[in-house]
Design a protein. Sequence first.
Length: 332
Amino acid sequence: MNHREDHTGPMRVLVTGGSGLVGRAIQHVVKEEGGAKEGEEWIFLSSKDANLMNTEETRAVFRKHQPTHVIHLAAMVGGLFKNMKLNLDFWIWSQKRNNVYINDNVLQAAHEVGVVKVVSCLSTCIFPDKTTYPIDETMIHNGPPHESNFGYSYAKRMIDVQNRGYFQQYGRCYTAVIPTNVFGPHDNFSIEDGHVLPGLIHKAYLAQSELNPHTQVIWGSGTPRRQFIYSLDLARLFLWVLRDYPEVDPIILSVGEEDEVSIKEAADAVVQALGFKGDVVYDTSKADGQFKKTASNAKLRRYLPDFTFTPFKQALKETCDWFVANYDSARK
Ligand SMILES: NC(=O)c1ccc[n+]([C@@H]2O[C@H](COP(=O)([O-])OP(=O)(O)OC[C@H]3O[C@@H](n4cnc5c(N)ncnc54)[C@H](OP(=O)(O)O)[C@@H]3O)[C@@H](O)[C@H]2O)c1
């Protein structure tokens, strides 16, 4: 499904989830790297501006800003262990943040105020658990997701369903990107609830501090494999999708298959980046999650053959340096 938007004139871009890991990276690219074009207006929302679970608050914030374009990042997000505990909340329930309400409110409010393009954010962890590799964009709905995060996965998959519906019935170019594991400054470094890489960084940091024994315990066997994307690379790609990607069908934003690393290799890289000198042990009584979800970036490469990703070790070093420098204020 291809669509060329007919918007002329400068964009007014509303970014939901603008205070999170990916939102802060987009802010950086827009404000510090000259990512915004002349005349454009960029508005970054946090949950303090509107609770997007609430339909009226969502409508009000869209009416107030009258965006022409939207990057939709806001979501209840978490790592393996938080997902395993709260599958229902990740789908739809309770007074907490949850994803189906947020997505439905944002897409409908965007449609109501005439937003010409929305780029929402899916994730490679929503793909079927039993699949062939590499995973590509056509496989999203091919089978059940991994049982550890079925709530999050089905909620995200429904964004793709809605995007197709808004295109079919209203000709809207509402699309989605599918990043692999994201990391970078402003991540959630919670050991319990965060993603694997920020959790590893936080643990290594604590293990080398004088207050703790000099052993870092890593949850799981260390054998699962992941592709990691630096938040700033993802932000640069988001801007390209917003401006130039013409399809309603989603696109995987990932480093190549050859850049996949095991959790053990990632942990070793963290140890190196932080200069950690102690022992590293693996607690195999903890869950590993999905063994791998190797994604193909062939579609991205067809559009952008020359895009250069920041080397993993460099990006990790920058992230560790940021965490150490901002330890007191970092989310953890
Ligand atoms: N992190 C990853 O590895 C990863 C991988 C693939 C895809 N993604 C997707 O990328 C997007 C951004 O993720 P992230 O890692 O940047 O998440 P994050 O750091 O946890 O940030 C979440 C953002 O959503 C906002 N938010 C949450 N609930 C809200 C609500 N009810 N109303 C309004 N705003 C709300 C938060 O606002 P406050 O700051 O005010 O709380 C924050 O700005 C998400 O859609 C996520 O599913 C992330």
